[in-house]
Design a protein around this ligand. Structure first.
Ligand code: FAD
Ligand code: NAD
Length: 367
């Protein structure tokens, strides 16, 4: 049941209903919200338990039932955006008439704060793994046909593996296939695939195990998390991205989103900090994109370059930032995103405040 207290604090509570034909069961969620899209709904059907989580601002509305009859593995999800209606279609295994949808499970038909939902996992299959740099690989995972999950721009998920009897969980930020498509054909555009750029640390706890998985092996993937909101892009004119090492991962989707969805955008600049040239992730794709889209520029800064390197050198510094962070117009609306090793991000944040950028103009990606 939706508690009155929560309903008062949060958005007005959604409701649901279900309908059937001989072959289909359709579950309809009335969200009572207008800004609902396919990122807002996460659906799973595992071990006869059906779960649908609708994300509404900082709350989740959960449908969670043990279905009364068996259904086929594949599900389909549709969102009618202007009325905030979500339709989930299940295929009956047998053409019998269902008397009820099923029995309620944990949190069924309740609206709860997102932070209280706990991490929910589904098993995904490793589809491919390919080298991107000497130590970073692109992993492609496939969702089960019984799941619908899209990771919003700027958010991450947790990957879980059981290593010598213990469950180990680490956060990773999916990248879009937008930069990939520059060189990889055909691109798997189907939403069933999630791509990750992951650096393998030989003495790390999690990444060597992930790297040892065989194609077809499974990895558990959690629901998305994170406090970045694409509403931060509203009316944006200048977007500055400061990334170090794999701190580039949130920037990949941000770049794609900003360049395709923000009409007010004039300039996107990426300053990408790495140790050596060999460490730069997707260098040629980024250079090609800068060539193709005049709004985008990329600058590489190396902390341990060879003597042949003609570009910028060193760590993040006042000199580098004040030169880089030039607004395209005197009062243009800016957003600066920063992500990398903790000391990099902390130092960067300090410098940005010293340069008089306000809290609203900065988004830092941290643990
Ligand atoms: P760890 O066991 O954590 O070790 C990593 C390295 O640190 C090793 O070289 C190890 O020797 C060294 N080390 C460990 N402990 C210490 C210590 N006490 N002192 C000094 N050195 C130590 N990573 C990506 O590659 N891609 C992503 O998309 C990505 N997204 C992320 C998103 C978020 C929100 C966060 C917080 C992190 C993200 N990371 C990402 C980092 C990722 O979660 C892991 O931290 C990383 O993969 C290392 O995990 P590991 O268990 O293999 O290594
Ligand atoms: P790395 O060791 O290869 O370093 C890359 C660059 O970071 C260096 O060239 C340097 O310019 C800068 N740097 C490193 N240490 C610094 C320091 N002490 N002070 C100032 N600058 C420093 O980086 P990596 O191994 O690829 O690590 C990437 C980091 O990004 C990891 O710690 C990972 O957890 C983090 N990350 C966070 C998120 C997130 O969303 N929070 C996402 C992805 C990655």
């Amino acid at each position: 049941q939706v508690s009155d207290a929560l309903a008062k604090e949060g958005p007005s509570s959604p409701s649901y209903d279900w309908f059937q034909t001989d072959s289909l069961v359709t579950i309809v969620i009335y969200t009572k919200q207008k800004d609902i899209n396919l990122d807002s709904i996460i659906v799973d059907h595992q071990d006869n338990s059906f779960r649908a989580e609708t994300v509404i601002k900082d709350f989740s509305y959960i449908i969670h039932v043990g279905l009364s009859h068996e259904v086929e593995e594949d599900i389909s999800v549709r969102v009618v955006e202007n009325v905030g209606k979500i339709e989930i279609v299940l295929k009956k295994k047998e053409t019998t008439s269902w008397k009820h949808l099923g029995h309620p499970l944990e949190n069924h038909n309740s609206l709860i704060p997102r932070k209280d939902t706990g991490l929910y996992y589904r098993k995904c299959q490793l589809i491919s793994k390919e080298g991107v740099t000497h130590d970073t690989k692109l992993f492609c995972l496939m969702l089960p046909p019984s799941a619908h999950l899209q990771v919003p721009t700027g958010q991450h998920v947790y990957l879980k593996l059981t290593i010598t009897g213990t469950e180990i969980v680490k956060p990773y930020t999916p990248v879009s296939d937008f930069l990939l498509s520059e060189f990889k054909e055909p691109v798997l555009l189907n939403n069933k695939y999630i791509y990750f750029l992951i650096k393998v640390y030989p003495d790390g706890l999690f990444t060597p195990e992930l790297d040892h998985l065989q194609i077809g092996d499974s990895v558990s993937v959690s629901n998305p998390e994170g406090n970045f909101k694409t509403s931060q892009f509203q009316e944006l004119e200048d977007l500055f991205l400061l990334a170090a090492g794999t701190g580039f991962t949130p920037m990949a989707k941000i770049l794609n989103y900003a360049l395709t969805n923000i009409p007010s955008l004039r300039k996107v600049k990426l300053m990408f900090f790495n140790k050596t040239e060999d460490d730069i992730i997707w260098r040629s794709q980024l250079e090609k994109l800068a060539f193709k889209d005049k709004r985008f520029d990329v600058e590489f800064v190396l902390s341990a370059p060879t003597s042949e390197w003609n570009g910028k050198r060193g760590h993040i510094s006042p000199a580098l930032l004040s030169e880089f962070l030039k607004r395209s117009l005197d009062k243009s609306k800016v957003l600066i995103c920063i992500c990398g090793p903790t000391p990099f991000t902390e130092q960067g944040m300090r410098l940005l405040h010293e340069l008089n950028f306000s809290k609203d103009e900065i988004h830092s990606f941290t643990a």
